[in-house]
Design a binder for this molecule. Structure first.
Ligand code: CTP
Ligand code: MG
Length: 398
């Protein structure tokens, strides 16, 4: 079957193992690495738009199905969960049942590999389209020995590669490989082996040793060290937003979600609340989620005359889906008139309520520009906001 040049891609995440070699009370996929379970880290890693993944199927231990389904509302890519099997092969087979016929390529990934290099994705897709399958791998560089007691015999390492995941296959090939494996009672530690058994070709895509599989306590310690070093997924992030609107609308004049006057409003497609728009941009910017115009286009009738507080609340939802929550915001409003000081407390309280924060986490300051520029001439009002967001720490499943 020909695979189109823009294939439809789904991902299976094998996360139903117990992690016997790692040990501990919590199954390996649910252990927290720098505050985030390996399962969550795995599915989030396939969510970036640039990967074009249209479905993620997680195979988890049955008691963890409810916890896994809780993720679904937070994922930008539709997320499905199935109960895994007694072996990795069985877990992947169960997940394959949730792959619709419309899918061209299926990538299978181990939750136990938290550092897969996203930059190999395009090569994996290319190779899978061309030959049917692709695997990330690293050429073995150590001298290899077969050990029998104290007799150490060197094994020729030419042509030996350590293979990793995500492994990508044409969907029909992977389905066929798993059907054959089940029929023949075969278990393998990866899918490329099952595909080979049915005569499928698989190409190696050079990867990095950083994509190791957490198997032992020493691997866990290394993973903790690496994740704390980069710390990117869990660090506080800062965003900045700016907006300005022209005065002279019919009103009311809305600023910071507060009605300042019944007439003489700001002109805008929505209610023109420059402060709340700058706040949305600051929050979106902190999470690298583009800007307010991208999510709430001015030509969309849904936002005509709308209450900008709704945009703030929707922005908070967008952040949540991306794994962030607002932590704090500091705003400066530039306006010649009206005097804002009497309204600042109300603005802070309103904004804090929409962000789900204590009012003490929100600050609104006001300044004139001493008669200079468009603000000084009373032509418009501008606002600048700096906001910080924090990653949402998902606990272990209940
Ligand atoms: N896996 C799975 N279903 C199983 C066994 C393993 O989905 N029945 C998954 C694991 O959760 C892991 C991946 O397959 O993400 C690779 O397996 P491995 O590293 O061997 O994990 P475990 O089998 O959990 O560990 P161990 O072999 O030490 O028990
Ligand atoms: Mg195992």
């Amino acid at each position: 079957m020909a695979t189109p040049s823009s294939p439809r891609i789904a991902v299976i995440i094998a996360a139903a193992g117990s992690g016997a070699r790692l040990g501990g009370d919590i199954p390996k996929p649910w252990r927290l690495l720098n505050g985030q379970s390996l399962v969550e880290r795995a599915w989030r890693s396939f969510c970036p738009e640039s990967l074009h993944v249209e479905r993620i199927v997680l195979a988890v231990d049955a008691p963890y199905l409810p916890a896994t389904l809780e993720f679904a509302s937070a994922s930008l890519v539709p997320l499905h969960a199935v109960a895994g099997g007694a072996t990795r092969t069985a877990s992947v087979r169960h997940a394959l049942r949730e792959i619709p016929d419309s899918i061209d390529l299926v990538a299978v990934h181990d939750a136990a590999r938290p550092f897969w290099p996203v930059e190999i994705w395009a090569d994996l897709v290319d190779a899978a389209v061309r030959v049917g399958g692709s695997v990330p791998a690293v050429a073995v560089s150590d001298t290899l020995k077969r050990v029998q007691g104290s007799t150490l015999e060197t094994v020729d390492r030419a042509g030996l590669w350590a293979v990793q995941t995500p492994q990508m296959f044409r969907a029909d090939l992977l389905h066929g490989a798993h059907e054959a494996a089940q029929r023949d009672g075969i278990d393998a530690t990866d899918d490329a082996e099952l595909v080979r058994r049915v005569g499928g070709a698989t190409e190696v895509v050079p990867s990095s040793a950083a994509n190791f599989k957490i198997t032992t306590a020493a691997d866990w310690a290394l993973a903790e060290h690496l994740s704390e070093q980069g710390n990117a997924p869990m660090a506080m992030r800062i965003g900045f937003g700016y907006d300005a609107h022209r005065l002279g609308g019919p009103g009311p004049l809305m600023l910071g979600g507060v009605r300042l006057a019944d007439s003489g409003g700001l002109i805008g497609h929505s209610d023109g609340d420059a402060l709340l728009h700058a706040l949305c941009d600051a929050l979106l910017g902190a999470a690298a989620l583009r800007d307010i115009g991208h999510h709430f286009p001015p030509d969309d009738p849904r936002f005509k005359g709308c209450d900008s507080r709704e945009l703030v609340r929707e922005t908070v939802q967008l952040l949540r889906v991306a794994g962030f929550a607002p932590a704090q915001a500091d705003a400066t409003v530039l306006a010649e008139h009206p005097r804002l000081a009497p309204h600042v407390t109300a603005m802070c309280t309103t904004i804090a309520a929409d962000l789900g924060l204590d009012p003490g986490r929100v600050s609104v300051k006001a300044t004139t520009t001493e008669g200079m520029g468009f603000v000084g001439r009373g032509e418009g009002i501008a606002a600048q906001v700096v906001a910080t967001v924090l990653p949402i720490r998902q606990g272990t499943p209940r």
